[in-house]
Structures are given as C-alpha cells and as structure tokens.
Design a protein around this ligand. Structure first.
Ligand code: PEP
Ligand code: MN
Length: 339
C-alpha cells in the first residue's frame, strides 16, 4: 500500500498518516517529491485496508502496490533520487565518477592514484580494504590499515571514499572511515548485511549480483530501504554468461530497464563488467551513452604489479583520456547539464 498525499498537504497531515500507519503496527516511509509526498507502508503481511486512510485530511489516494517492491519504484517517488555525499552527488546533473585501485595495497600506491583521480576532477575515490576474493589464498586487503589510508586520502584530496564492507563488523569499521558503503556482487543477497547497511547513515552502492535478475537486484535495494536508508545507488557490474571473451557480460540494457521502474540512480562498472583493460574505455563510453548516472573505474599506477584485478586496471594516462571522452558524451546526451 502506498498513500499519495494531495499536492498541498501539510507536514501535520503527513505526520497524521504516518501515525495511523505506525498504530497499525507497520512502518511508514514518507518520500517528499517535487509536487507531492507519497508514503510507503512496509511490515504488513497481508493486504492493508485502504479505508484506514482514504478519508484522512490531505490524502489523495491509497494505492495498492502490485509489484514485489514498493520503495524503489517510481510510484512512490516520480523524480529521480539524487544521492548526496557531502558536496558531491550521484544521480544529479553531473556525471559521477568513482575511480581508484581495486585494492588499497600501500600508502604510496593509493596516494599516487588518488592524486590522478583528484586531478581529473572526479569527486569519488574507490579502493577496497576488505576484498572478496575467489581464493582464500589471494590478497584479502589491508583491513583497517587500508581504511586508515583511505581516511588520509579523504583529508588530503577532499575526495569522497567508496569502499566495500563484506560483513556486519566490516560495516562498523567502514562507517568510521568512509563516505559510501559498497556492497559487492557476491554480497547482493546477504540479507543480514543488507539490513545492517539499511540502518546506516551512509549511502550504499549496491552492485548487481553475478546472476541476479533485475527483480532480485531491486529487491536487494528494497531490503536496504525498508530499514530506513533511502540513499541507495545501483551498480551494473556485469553478469555471468557463456561468453568467454570477457570476464563478465556488462548488461547495459539494465540501465534503461531500471530507469523505467525505479527512481534510484544507476551507475556502470566497465572494469568488472569486462575484466579487460582494452574494453574498459569503450564500455565506459557506452555506459554514459545509455544513460548511467556515473561510472566506477579501476585505476592503478602500475597495473602489471597490482595485487588484485590488474588485467582490468587502467593506467593513469588511460584514465585521464577516459574521463575526457565520457564527459564529452555526457554533455551531448544531457544538454541541460552543460553550463
Ligand atoms: C570491486 O569493486 O573491486 C569488486 C570486488 O566488485 P564486485 O563486487 O562487482 O566483483
Ligand atoms: Mn576489483
């Protein structure tokens, strides 16, 4: 059930509806929009009786939701969500660029890359301190020491930090040092982790699972939002197919498909989406052309020495070139953003 308020409804009228929802034992999610506020209801097992709401002052209509998700949908919020991260944003007019190494390996490596990211004008720095590796013997990340390096990068360069949490204890740590919590593809259906980040004050970058359908991915976002955290960014990072010419198949059709259903911003990861250095820039261009709100790109000062994902890492020069190209495309497809 979704309660749509009239355009002129007062804050008091919205609060009164929220109170009725809570008295029924449900949770209310008020989403103010440009022209009206809608209030999502979660926590109900069966159908909610619309007559509880229909005659309350300020209510335009009580709408039954037939889709499996409620809070991610355009029915709840017709305008796109802009996820604000301090003075930076994902989902606004500006193309969001998140770049950095797969893993934080050392202070020198991280600072060398961060300097180039800062120079490019990107606002977000990525780098894993906790790495979800296929082999238990592969480099697992520097842990909290890596987070401390990321914190120093934030202080030195003013970049916003995006980094992955693998488990709930990791979220506690990431919250202390970073600006955006990344939930990796392998964790997309770790429901206790999703609920935990749903209680966080930090925005969440939610990668699509390796074999997740659109509905499964959106329901993962719904888990986070149902706990009260509405700052979710979806990230298409490639899925498993029979293709052998790439590490994953970057499903760019997911971008307009998500757009049709959800108000959440969606970004593209051409690094994991291809796994190959020479494919990253072409697919980054395509991601922007198809309407992504941003890109997440792996960059390394010495890709041949990288401890993780070196084959897909761009050199600093390649990255600089990529940024110039994708910005040019973004300006063409969103003329309103050109100043
Ligand atoms: C990463 O961003 O380095 C990463 C591990 O991504 P994914 O979860 O998409 O594999
Ligand atoms: Mn990686």
């Amino acid at each position: 059930m979704l309660i749509v308020m009239k355009a002129g409804a007062t804050d008091g009228q919205v609060e009164a509806v929220v109170r009725v929802i809570e008295e029924l034992g449900y949770r209310a999610h008020a989403m103010p929009g440009a022209s009206r506020t809608a209030i999502g209801i979660t926590g109900n097992q069966g159908a909610v009786d619309p007559s509880h709401f229909e005659n309350l002052p300020g209510v335009a209509e009580a709408v039954r939701v037939s889709k499996p998700y409620k809070l991610v949908t355009l029915d709840l919020r017709a305008e796109k969500t802009v996820v604000a991260v301090g003075d930076a944003a994902i989902g606004g007019d500006e193309l969001a660029i998140i770049a950095g190494p797969c893993a934080i390996e050392s202070r020198t490596q991280a600072f060398t890359v961060a300097e180039a990211i800062r120079r490019s004008g990107a606002k977000f720095f990525r780098g894993g301190a906790f790495k979800p590796r296929t082999s238990p013997y592969a480099f697992q990340g520097l842990g909290e020491d890596g987070l401390k390096i990321l914190e120093e990068i934030r202080e030195t360069f003013g970049l916003k930090i995006v980094t992955e949490a693998l488990d709930e204890a990791g979220v506690d740590l990431v919250e202390r040092y970073a600006d955006v919590i990344q939930i990796g593809a392998r964790s997309m259906q770790n429901f206790t982790l999703l609920r935990r980040v749903g209680k966080s004050r930090l925005p969440v970058l939610l990668k699509r699972g390796l074999s997740a359908t659109l509905d499964e991915w959106l329901l993962a976002a719904e888990y986070i939002m149902s706990e009260g955290n509405y700052q979710v960014v979806l990230c298409e990072r490639g899925i498993r197919t029979f293709a052998q010419h790439t590490r994953n198949t970057l499903d760019l059709s997911a971008v307009p498909a998500v757009r049709r259903i959800s108000h959440l911003p969606v970004i593209v990861d051409p690094s994991h989406g291809t796994g190959k250095n020479f494919m990253v820039t072409p697919l980054a261009r395509a991601g922007v052309a198809v309407g992504a709100d941003g890109l997440i790109i792996e960059v390394h000062d010495q890709p041949d020495r990288a401890l993780c994902d070196g084959a897909q890492a761009l050199t600093l020069d390649q990255y600089e070139q990529l940024v110039a190209e994708v910005r040019a495309i973004h300006e063409v497809i969103t003329p309103a953003a050109v100043t």
